[in-house]
Design a protein around this ligand. Structure first.
Ligand SMILES: [Mg+2]
Length: 208
């Protein structure tokens, strides 16, 4: 059975909500979740370059990573898929410096997974290429389904990699054009229910 690709930030981990708390604490800027309409956090939080660089440094600290909440329904759905025999591949674009703290967070929250891969999804600086794989290397991998929140990655997966994608609805991905392989879900409960309800590996048209 092909693995299910599951992104980490804002798919399993409640990352942007943690960032909102950090921005409030560090810069005294109150920003609401619905205001985060751009994947570029510098734009969404209306930060200066210096503020953005500070935020970028703070959010990658192990204590901030470990402090993130789990998104409601994620673990239940992953456990359900895992119990049906689907290998779970966590595929994140986080900086390679967060490798250990990310694994610690996954363990702390008993997130079921079979592999953990860092991909240089967004051409970020400071990625250790001994740890991260490239988008090209990701393209050589096959997944039964991918769960993402990033519009760019959802397009890459559904169009370039021809992988069915479940896009979790977020304020920053509402502009994306859906295609036959790209479906929007309002939350994990809806996604988990549909995938299991349709026994999609065998019968669902949407994911086959
Ligand atoms: Mg994400």
């Amino acid at each position: 059975m092909l693995p299910i690709y599951v992104d980490l930030d804002d798919v399993i981990a409640s990352t942007v909500k943690a960032f909102i708390d950090i921005v409030k604490r560090e810069f005294e800027k109150p920003v609401t979740y619905e205001q985060i309409t751009d994947f570029d956090l510098k734009k969404s939080f209306q930060l200066s370059q210096i503020e953005y660089e500070h935020l970028f440094e703070v959010v990658h600290r192990p204590e901030e990573i470990l402090n993130m909440d789990v998104i409601d329904g994620a673990i239940e759905a992953l456990n359900m898929w895992s119990s049906k025999g689907h290998p779970i591949s966590i595929v994140t674009g986080r900086l390679t410096s967060t490798y250990d703290s990310s694994l610690e967070w996954l363990s702390m929250h008993s997130v079921p997974f079979d592999s953990f891969t860092i991909v240089d999804k967004y051409s970020r600086p400071n990625m250790d290429n001994n740890i991260a794989i490239s988008l090209e290397q990701l393209s050589d991998m096959a997944f039964h389904l991918a769960v993402e929140d990033s519009s760019a990655m959802a397009e890459f997966l559904s169009i370039s990699m021809k992988t069915p994608v479940a896009l979790l609805d977020r304020p920053w991905n509402r502009e994306i054009e859906l295609n036959s392989r790209l479906t929007r879900y309002s939350n994990w409960q809806d996604l988990g229910r549909e995938v299991v309800g349709n026994n999609y590996c065998l019968t669902s048209n949407r994911f086959s």
